[in-house]
Design a protein around this ligand. Structure first.
Ligand code: C2O
Length: 537
């Protein structure tokens, strides 16, 4: 591989959207931010220079960061933030991965506007395991708030209630024309008749899973989260925040214009009213005034559309790209994920209650020192390693009847794994407050999604049906609303690795934890020492 250099200036930029404008935090003045291009085996150096008043840190979502946890990016987990006026060079090598990933700010809610694509091409001379598309395009799905996103989250934290939803979804930064702002253009993807296009679709939205579809065109899914899948055709893809999906589209329809939509999926009693984003697939040469072929978005509670898509995902599992599913399990864990309610003496009005979120009843508290530094330098009293491997009490997780206690325990608790241990983790949704789909993201690893179901996980019967042959491999998985999902991974990456819900408000409320993976004994099994410019807290 070669070394690639990027410079990311974090700056304030005035942007207009939905017929109003506001200053936002961007990288190099762009929303979405610049795409990082690399090949498998390349080393990437990104110098991030902070010119804004906020602390920042950037996460390279899905990059495994083998032994280079210092470059992973989540603030107070693997590094202290880059303070105003400071800079830090993220330095990592892309090993054993190719496909689409993305980068985003990993502090406060800056991810709303600070994100962009990572395109990892196969090694030179290595083809895709499917016919090479004629062209490729990055499609970043996001959200836009007319108000300041930091104000949105602060208001929610002060009241103890849920935050306002965004005003619109976006496709490559644009919502498309809407009734109270018909003049704004939307993203246009120009296609030539008969040609094939690989769309690298990324959900960078803060708080909503999205359906994505194109009028009149089928999509062939070939990759998710930078792992190849068995190709299949679909009208609609489902993509959760933190997930990426590569699809191939052939421009095989009548010459003209076709609507592209990105709309929310809410498998919950909760509904949202933010604007569905639209874009245009435009055959080159078709007049701008040509009529648009419309498509409607799937219903917000379109669970069957969602499940059809999820159940079609299987690892490619070819000779060249085998699915290395751990067959034996050293740690068998069950984590409940969901919302809860804690007393809130400081809320307005005072002595109310606040929504919290937890895993196994632990609401994770962010430390003041980065956990990876505390671990490496042996700094005491920053974290404990008593994160529970099983729920603190057994109850009917998915009923709406309250469990024995609603209050959660606060703590900076880690779960410790020895190097190369194998883990089976069942993520069980709870119906406390409301059942909801939680896209859980694990840093530092890919995992295999070996099983899923509705209701309470039953270790005796459900584990028998696990797919250990060709389960999809990914880094972010939706825990079904009122159900569970089982994943397996091998702890072959020493360091401290964050795991959290990729719905930003749930992370804010505490739906997060971290694994601590010890060094191995071999020569290439230890965390590398920190770089000299690692930020200090
Ligand atoms: Cu994309 Cu910790 O997140």
């Amino acid at each position: 591989g070669i070394t690639r250099h990027y410079k990311f200036n974090v700056v304030m930029t005035k942007m207009s959207c939905l017929c109003s404008s506001k200053p936002i935090v961007t990288i190099n003045g762009r929303f979405p931010g610049p795409t990082i291009y690399a090949r498998e085996d390349d080393r990437v150096l990104i110098k991030v220079v902070n010119h804004v008043k906020y602390n920042v840190s950037i996460h390279w979502h899905g990059i495994r960061q083998l032994r280079t946890g210092w470059a992973d990016g989540p603030a107070y987990i693997t590094q202290c933030p880059i303070q105003p006026g400071q800079n830090y060079v993220y330095n990592f090598t892309i090993t054993g991965q190719r496909g689409t990933l993305f980068w985003h700010a990993h502090i406060l809610w800056l991810r709303a506007t600070v994100h962009g694509a990572i395109v990892i091409l196969p090694k030179r001379g290595v083809p895709y395991p499917f016919p090479k598309p004629n062209h490729e395009a990055v499609v970043v799905l996001g959200e836009w708030w007319k108000s300041d996103t930091e104000a949105v989250v602060n208001e929610a934290l002060n009241s103890g209630l849920a935050p306002n939803v965004s005003d619109a979804h976006t496709i490559n930064g644009h919502p498309g024309p809407v009734s109270n702002c018909p003049s704004q253009g939307g993203y246009r993807l120009s296609v030539a008749p008969g040609k094939t296009y690989m769309l690298r679709v990324i959900n960078a939205a803060l708080n909503e899973e999205l359906f994505f579809k194109i009028a009149g065109h089928k999509m062939t899914v070939v990759e998710v989260d930078a792992t190849y899948v068995k190709p299949f055709k679909t009208d609609t893809i489902l993509i959760a925040p933190g997930q990426t999906t590569n699809v191939i589209v052939t421009a095989d329809q009548n010459f003209g214009k076709y609507m592209v939509v990105a709309s929310p999926f809410m498998d919950s009693p909760i509904t949202v009213d933010n604007v569905t984003a639209t874009a245009t697939l435009h055959y080159t040469g078709a007049l701008s005034s040509a009529p648009m072929t419309f498509t409607s978005a799937p219903p917000q509670n379109g669970t069957s559309v969602a499940n059809n898509f999820i159940d079609s995902l299987k690892s490619l599992n070819s000779i060249k790209y085998p699915a290395k599913v751990p067959k034996n399990v050293d740690h068998s864990l069950l984590f409940t994920v969901g919302l809860g309610i804690n007393p809130c003496p400081t809320c307005i009005p005072a002595n109310g209650s606040r929504v919290v979120a937890s895993i196994n009843n632990v609401t994770f508290v962010m430390p003041n020192t980065a956990l990876l530094q505390a671990h490496f330098f042996g700094i005491k009293n920053v974290f404990t390693t008593d994160f529970p491997g099983n729920p603190s009490f057994i109850f009917n997780y998915t009923s709406t009847l309250p469990p024995p206690s609603l209050a959660t325990v606060n703590g900076t608790k880690l779960y410790r794994l020895r190097y190369n241990a194998t883990v089976q983790l069942v993520l069980q949704d709870t119906g406390i407050i409301a059942p909801e789909n939680h896209p859980i993201h694990l840093h530092g690893f890919n995992f295999f999604a070996v099983g899923k179901g509705l209701g309470n996980f039953n270790p005796k019967t459900d584990a028998k049906n696990f797919n250990l042959m060709d389960p999809v491999e990914r880094n972010t998985i939706g825990v079904p609303s009122g159900g569970w999902v089982a994943i397996r991974f091998r702890a072959d990456n020493p360091g401290v690795w964050f795991m959290h819900c990729h719905l930003e408000i749930h992370t804010t409320w505490g739906l997060k934890m971290a694994f601590l993976v010890d060094n191995g004994k071999g020569p290439n099994e230890s965390l590398l020492p920190p770089p000299k410019d690692l930020p200090k807290c």
